[in-house]
Design a protein around this ligand. Structure first.
Ligand code: 0A1
Ligand code: ZN
Length: 882
């Protein structure tokens, strides 16, 4: 039985480590690490307590205390801990030599090898797999790292901080010494050694520091690193402009590796990336890849202040760095690209990933109260809902006060390991507001619902909006059964006249367009309203809530056509579609040629919209044309979900859109066609044009598979960008037949030597919503390029099936669940983190109809009851079944 770690049990460390000198002699199987730790008792700790250093799969070779071997019985050693029973009660030095095997490290935590490159991953608790240490984020030390290796094997040696020395050792060996002057927790430690290609540039900070910026990639792929390198410079400039934050070392290095458990890691001065989020060229990366690379480069860079300069006191405070940094990278992307388009993308991810998480058995507060395995808490809730909380804070305080609050937070907490309370205290002090009630957003799990109704009184010329908020009761450890308390919900709103244009109405409760709902129920009265207006609520998605607002179809059409808020125009189209989709899916309606009068009303409105402005903002138009996803529809239905009925409803509406809008869509494709020979640009406007062209192709093909397939096959042959090739292949992949198989075979052949492109090919096939997909996936698992050892391959092939192909994962015969369970178990012995994440596909199992539910439960139980599970998988399985 694993132990539970509780926030309430937090105690400062009994000992502190001020300085760490590491000497790492890299070897494929026998790497030796000598750690010299300058320790002292923590005045805030318990005097005389034993010193217990964390370890994980470590072999101890030697240990000395203040230069002397430790006496018999003075220490106790296991692979998981090194205990010094009676440490000196004054500063002392421990020298510890350990040996690790990077080649055997398939967990990809600690020191491992990826494609022959030595690299590390220490968050959350990987440093203890390198040496015995106080591996907790509130123990912060200054590190000096000496790395030694065979030159032919690792000509490039990188560490945290600045390079201070390097040299040759005999004929074949060399070394490099790195020093990081900024105290940091062990989870930010990193080193890299390998054969790597490099691209570099210089950036001069607003403080006048000249920084050498470099991106390291697999040799030969340097040409694909330029976009990432440029994104670093743009991120640095943006953080100076927007938050007054400058970089604080002389070098900033980014290294791309091909085996990585997550997206990337913000190690001080040495960010390590999944190569998927670094490498880009027009013929290997889609527009979405470019956008992701830019966002993740920015995210990791921004951590330098929100995460590294100010770190977390304990892992319960993870949202302190992650929610804030996601907010910062979202703002960056919004500034660099189109703000409304980016906002819509953010909300779509939130609804597709975080809302289901918050509604299922794995629901947890943004700041959890307890965990068994911290690696399972790098979740959409901590990251994305965490970012929404920061955004709400800005909405509540206004941008200027918010910025001053951020300055104060950085000033007060710089160099410390902080808490959510410290963060909020800075804003409370700056604004003079009491944020106690607001802080409930961090404590209460579940997505709130806000029900709104409006009433116009012609005689009194008033318009009254009534808001009621409710939060699901979620039995978390801390709040078992306790009734949730009202949240502070910023509602950005406006009134729209039925014929368009804003309504100039007054309410003293609305400031700068924001009404703050703080109680379970509240009423807002506007005066001077002569005709019934259409309320536009939660503009820009001003709070992560579900809104129940019974607008008529005509009112929604008014918002789609006239709202001054682009997000709500998109939302109006989504809501119109959602009504049709939920209605048909609930009724179990068969696949049909059209979705009836509601479908027609939607297509008429979309036709007008497209005629008016598709060419003015193609990226936005593409989003308006995209129907809510299957997961989102499932959430709206809520219980007894039949994924096949959802798919049929969505397909029927796609067919109708394609049929009714077909000629327009084809005309748009022509109007947006790229001039032959035009140079490629990944910028948002060019990407938007490609997005609309391909959204048009997708709908045309739904209605007329023959024409669509012909167009798509032609596009596959002529396309010069990966975006257009992949979109064409995706379209073809939805039409069973020879053309599809031929196109897939050709694409697979052509990408044989490009793992990141093959990943797209795996993913597309895994997402085909047909019963044959299961066997196709099993077949692809035997493809020479597939390997359970590489997280990107597993995510592309298996997670695409389990998380992004609802009809096939939820096959009525249970075979989709069985495949997922089987892979989770096969993977668990190698890479528990990736296995555990795959298992979260079962998150929605209680929502599906009875037959599937029983199948899912039995697959989950099979996993849960398997002996010898990793803590990661057993934690997810246990919570999923609880
Ligand atoms: N801090 C990283 C996320 C991350 C977490 C754990 C990792 O190791 C398995 C890797 C990365 C971020 O937010 O980007
Ligand atoms: Zn992060």
């Amino acid at each position: 039985m694993q132990t539970i770690v509780r926030l309430a049990d937090y105690r400062p460390s009994d000992y502190l480590i001020d300085r760490v000198d590491l000497d790492v002699r890299l070897h494929p199987t026998e790497t030796r690490v000598t750690a010299t730790l300058a320790l002292r008792p923590n005045p805030a700790g318990e005097p005389g307590a034993p010193l217990v250093l964390d370890g994980d799969e470590l072999t101890l070779l030697a240990i000395a205390l203040d230069g002397q071997p430790t006496g018999p019985g003075a220490i106790a050693v296991t692979p998981r801990a090194l205990t010094l029973h009676q440490p000196p009660q004054r500063p002392f030095v421990l020298e510890i030599e350990t040996q690790v095997n990077p080649s055997a490290n398939t967990k990809l935590m600690g020191l491992y090898r990826s494609n022959g490159v030595y690299c590390t991953q220490c968050e959350a608790d990987g440093f203890r797999r390198i040496t015995y240490f106080l591996d907790r984020p509130d123990v912060m030390a200054v590190y000096t790292t000496r790395i030694e290796a065979e030159r032919h094997e690792a000509p490039v040696l990188l560490g945290n901080g600045n390079p201070v020395a390097a040299g040759e050792l005999g004929l074949t060996r060399h070394y490099a010494v790195w020093h990081d002057p900024h105290p940091k927790p062990a989870y930010l430690f990193a080193l890299v050694g390998g054969r790597l290609g490099r691209v570099g540039s210089r950036f001069t900070t607003m403080e006048g520091r000249s920084v050498e910026v470099a991106v390291y990639v697999e040799p030969g792929k340097e040409g694909r690193a330029d976009f990432a390198l440029d994104a670093v410079a743009r991120s640095m400039a943006w953080d100076e402009r927007t938050f007054g934050r400058a970089y604080d070392l002389d070098v900033f290095n980014v290294v791309a590796v091909s085996d990585f458990n997550m997206g990337a890691m913000e190690n001080k001065g040495l960010n390590i990336f999944n190569d998927k989020y670094v490498l880009a060229s027009p013929d290997t990366a889609t527009d979405a890849d470019y956008a992701n690379i830019e966002a993740i480069i920015a995210h990791e860079y921004f951590h330098n202040w929100s995460g590294n300069r100010v770190t977390c006191r304990d892992w319960f405070q993870l949202c302190l760095k992650e929610g804030l940094t996601v907010f910062r990278d979202q703002e960056f992307s919004s500034d660099e690209r189109s703000r409304p388009v980016h906002r819509i993308a953010e909300v779509r991810t939130l609804r597709a990933r975080q809302f289901p998480e918050d509604a299922g058995p794995l629901a947890h507060p943004v700041r959890p109260q307890a965990y068994r395995e911290i690696n399972n808490f790098y979740t959409a809730t901590v990251y994305e809902k965490g970012a929404e909380i920061v955004r709400m804070l800005r909405t509540l305080l206004g941008p200027e006060t918010f910025r001053r609050g951020m300055d104060r937070y950085f000033a007060i907490c710089d160099g410390t390991a902080a808490t959510v309370e410290d963060f909020l205290a800075a804003f409370a002090a700056e604004s003079g507001r009491d944020l106690t009630a607001f802080s409930r957003w961090y404590e209460q799990a579940g997505t709130p619902t806000v029900a709104v109704s409006g009433r116009h009184d012609a005689a009194a010329r008033t318009y009254t909006l009534t808001f009621r908020q409710s939060l699901p009761v979620i039995a978390t450890e801390a709040a078992a059964g306790a009734a949730p308390r009202p949240l502070v919900i910023p509602v950005v709103l406006g009134l729209v006249a039925p014929g368009g244009g804003p309504v100039e109405a007054v309410s003293e409760r609305v400031r700068d367009g924001v009404f703050v709902l703080e109680t379970a129920e509240d009423t807002l009265v506007f005066t001077g309203v002569t005709a019934p207006p259409v309320p536009s609520l939660f503009r820009g998605f001003s709070a992560p809530v579900k809104v129940e607002h019974a607008l008529t179809r005509d009112e929604r059409l008014t918002l789609l056509a006239h709202d001054g808020d682009a997000f709500n125009r998109w939302q109006a189209a989504q809501s119109l579609a959602m009504e049709v989709l939920v209605g048909r899916a609930r009724a179990g309606a068969p696949l049909g040629p059209g979705a009836g009068p509601e479908g027609e009303a939607l297509t008429r409105a979309l036709a007008t919209f497209l005629d008016g402005e598709a060419l003015a903002d193609p990226a936005f138009a593409a989003l308006v044309l995209t129907l809510p996803g299957e997961q989102e529809i499932a959430q709206a239905i809520g219980a007894e979900v039949d994924p096949d009925a959802i798919w049929r409803a969505r397909q029927t509406l796609r067919v109708q859109l394609g049929r009714d809008l077909g000629p327009r869509l084809l005309a748009l494709r022509d109007a947006l066609a790229e001039a032959p020979g035009a140079p490629f640009s990944p910028d948002a406007a060019s990407a938007g044009r490609r997005a609309l062209r391909n959204a048009a192709l997708d709908l045309v093909t739904a209605a007329d598979p023959e024409t669509g397939t012909a167009l798509a096959v032609a596009q596959l042959d002529s396309a010069v960008t990966m975006t257009d090739r992949l979109a064409a292949l995706a379209t073809v992949s939805l039409v069973p037949g020879e053309a599809r198989e031929a196109a897939l075979t050709r694409f697979g052949e052509a990408s044989r030597h490009e793992p990141l492109v093959l990943d797209k090919w795996f993913a597309l096939q895994a997402m085909i919503p047909e019963p044959g997909t299961l066997d196709r996936v099993r077949g692809l698992m035997r493809h020479p390029a597939f390997s359970l050892g590489n997280p990107n391959r597993v995510r592309s092939l298996i997670a695409s099936f389990s998380l992004n192909n609802p009809t096939q994962f939820h096959r009525p015969d249970g075979a989709g669940y069985d495949l997922t369970a089987e892979v989770v178990l096969a993977l668990d012995g190698k890479n528990p983190q990736v296995a555990a994440r795959l298992l979260t596909a079962f998150n929605t199992w209680r929502m599906v109809e009875d037959g599937r539910r029983r199948q899912a439960e039995s697959a989950l139980r099979r996993v849960a009851e398997t002996p010898g599970l990793s803590p990661d998988v057993s934690d997810i399985a246990g919570r999923s079944l609880a």
